[in-house]
Design a protein around this ligand. Sequence first.
Ligand code: HPA
Length: 319
Amino acid sequence: MTATITEATYTSTAEYLKQRIPEHFKNARLGIICGSGLGGLVDTIEQSSKIEIPYNEIPGFVTSTVAGHSGKMVWGYLGESRTPTIFMVGRCHFYEGYTVQECTFPVRVMKLLGVEVLVVTNACGALNPSFKVGDVMIINDHLSMASLVAQNPLRGPNIEAFGPRFPAVSDAYTYALRKLAFKAAFETGIGKDDIHEGVYGYTSGPQYETRCEARFLASIGADTVGMSTVHEVLVARHAGMKVLGISLITNPVVTARGKDAKKEVMNEMGLDSVVDDGIDTDLMTANHEEVLETSARRAEDMQRMVKRFADIWAKENSQ
Ligand code: HPA
């Protein structure tokens, strides 16, 4: 049974954080969850005004155990527009043993701190054969069997103060923000063949997919697969935040059937002469080092793009 997190718990964490941040960051309307690859963004913003609070000092926050996902909240000015922004550097995942409610706790806290637009970023594998390692995908939609039938952060008594019992998510990834993201990408030099729009498929992990699982996800509409993001998006949309999802493709996902052992042995023993033209998929396994390496290589491009996004968004939404 999932322990319910009460409205008062979210509120008291938000109040705690308001005590710790200076007045000029209390009007931050933009929030960014920095997944693998975008953590360095906070090292490139104005350092003198930046405020950092490690997750382990924040009541109710759980801390990430994954390499490349150190956990802290950061307040800083983003882009030339100096847009006040709340960053989550690192996130917690279901596979670490936390509940999806625990993993998404910070999203509701950001809502209470005034965030209206949430940018979620992640690393993922490509199912779509036209996506290359190092490409960017703006998330158009997601596919998550977990939240369809099982682990769902909105399960339990609905907190009306955040949103309705039955929220619509057919517009989960805000169209206007997707357009701004493409504009920002093209303006910062990301080539039109290096950025796509597509469906993010969720898997709880921590293992990468089998070949058959990958084929299944591709066949039901996913372009990529990753182990985060969708629960945060559900909580954000429930609370009325607008969402932009940005994925970095860090590895191809193996969907090939692979070599046929029976054919191979029959050939070797002279029982048949049908040559197996399956490829050796044992040589193509995904690994976490590859994910980190690609993230590091594309980090600067992603950072430029997100800063430009903030500038365009701030210009269009200045009050
Ligand atoms: N599968 C699932 N999650 C991932 C992958 C993948 O191939 N790459 C990065 N995160």
